[in-house]
Write a protein that binds this ligand. Structure first.
Ligand code: NAD
Ligand code: TDX
Length: 354
């Protein structure tokens, strides 16, 4: 049965996916109010939502999901939480995993505990709970890595967890906590595990915006290892639609895999970007591989399609990739500001100059 929500708390709404989700949800649900709690880390950017700042249904709160007092105040006023906030970049988790554990694990625990205590009808942290939902946004990386020579094998909701980077381990831990709160306390929780997203407002440390903006700056693109690792690409607004669908129609305690059925090797992806932008393979700089680099991710999204009727409608290549490249061409001011300052230091450390 479909539910409606009058006021939701979105965490991490100033990042890539969170900002696209907020914009999409406000467009789709005229009665919905959204409060965005975001710590504005290096990846959080208020500019991502500058077009909706003046919408009276939208409120921004600058704060940390690990701030127990603040989080309890905020969850008291909403009827759902949609939890995007995270440290999200695998390479950064290899350089330093601590912030990943702090935000992705302890931050999620803080949010869950706040909901458990504030939503408990007898204020004792136990069922019965008010009819409120906690939706957790997670990743396909929790399932580990698939081989290249078995293209028919994909991640389903029953695939055992096998996280292999500090980032993936922190997301797997957060998923397990959400499941534990649902099971132990009877809280209403749902989870989505999504494949790689692409689209507007993607932080240019991730491969697509990094490569597009490097080329616009006259630089080469740093391709890891042999370039044959495979990712399944989904447009960020298709992901936003999946999250809204599960929030409103998903079954309590269920996990839904979300993917684009759009597998590409990194070399294929790079060649597509080069061709759209009018460059050749001389722009590729093969660099040292990512430590522990997962070979292939591929999502079987049959469950969300069959049970909830969701379909990706914005992810088809090459058109969706061409539109994305065009977005970065049209928003040079945005990514030039993002790529300046502290980001340059990270880039130099990660790619060791050249
Ligand atoms: P992002 O790095 O672009 O944004 C993360 C946001 O969270 C930022 O606005 C940041 O300021 C905020 N944040 C970080 N720590 C915080 C804290 N302690 N308190 C409050 N806010 C904090 O990430 P994204 O790519 O938009 O990913 C969003 C979510 O989706 C993450 O949970 C990620 O694991 C998941 N996910 C991402 C992808 C992808 O392809 N990017 C795919 C599947 C799942
Ligand atoms: O410079 C690069 N060169 C390169 O070859 C970068 C940054 C990446 N790559 C490769 C590594 C991956 O195989 O491109 C692929 C994609 O890399 P990222 O953009 O860093 O994404 P990935 O590691 O696959 O993780 C993303 O998808 C799942 C998100 O960052 C995660 O938050 C999400 O959970």
């Amino acid at each position: 049965m479909s539910r409606t929500y009058s006021h939701i708390l979105v965490t991490g709404g100033s990042g890539f996916i969170g900002s696209n989700f907020i914009r999409f949800a406000l467009e789709q649900r005229s009665d919905m109010r959204i409060t965005n709690l975001d710590a504005l880390t290096y990846a959080g950017n208020p500019e991502n939502l500058s077009d909706i700042e003046s919408d009276e249904r939208y409120t921004f709160v600058h704060g940390n999901i690990g701030d127990d007092k603040l989080v309890r105040e905020l969850v008291a006023n909403v009827d759902a939480v949609v939890h995007f906030a995270a440290e999200s970049h695998v390479d950064r988790s290899i350089l330093d995993s601590k912030p990943f554990l702090e935000t992705n694990v302890m931050g999620t625990q803080c949010l869950l505990d706040a909901c458990r205590h504030v939503w408990s009808e007898n204020s004792d942290g136990k069922a019965p709970f008010a009819a409120k939902r906690f939706h957790h946004v997670s990743t396909d990386e929790v399932y580990g890595s698939l081989p290249l020579d078995q293209p028919e094998v994909m991640f389903t909701e029953d695939t055992p967890y096998d996280p292999r980077s500090p980032y993936a381990a922190s997301k797997a831990a957060s998923d397990m906590l959400v499941r534990a709160y649902e099971h132990t306390f009877g809280m209403d929780c749902t989870i989505t595990n999504c494949s790689n997203n692409f689209g507007p407002y993607h932080f240019p440390e991730k491969v697509i915006p990094l490569f597009v903006t490097n080329l616009m700056e006259g630089e080469k693109v740093p391709l890891y290892g042999d370039g044959l690792n495979v990712r399944d690409w989904l447009h960020v607004v298709d992901h936003a639609e999946a999250v809204l669908t599960v929030l409103e129609n998903g079954k309590t305690g269920e996990t839904y895999n979300v993917g684009g059925n759009n597998e590409r090797s990194n070399l294929e992806l790079t060649n597509s970007i080069l061709s759209i932008m009018g460059f050749g393979e001389e722009k590729i700089r093969y660099v040292e591989d990512r430590a522990g680099h997962d070979r292939r991710y591929a999502i079987d999204a049959t469950k969300i399609k069959r049970e909830l009727g969701w379909q990706p409608t914005r992810s088809a290549w090459p058109a969706a990739l061409e539109e994305t490249v065009q977005w970065y061409r049209d928003h040079e001011d945005w990514w030039k500001r993002v790529k300046s300052g502290a980001y340059r230091e990270y880039y130099a450390k990660q790619y060791k100059a050249g």
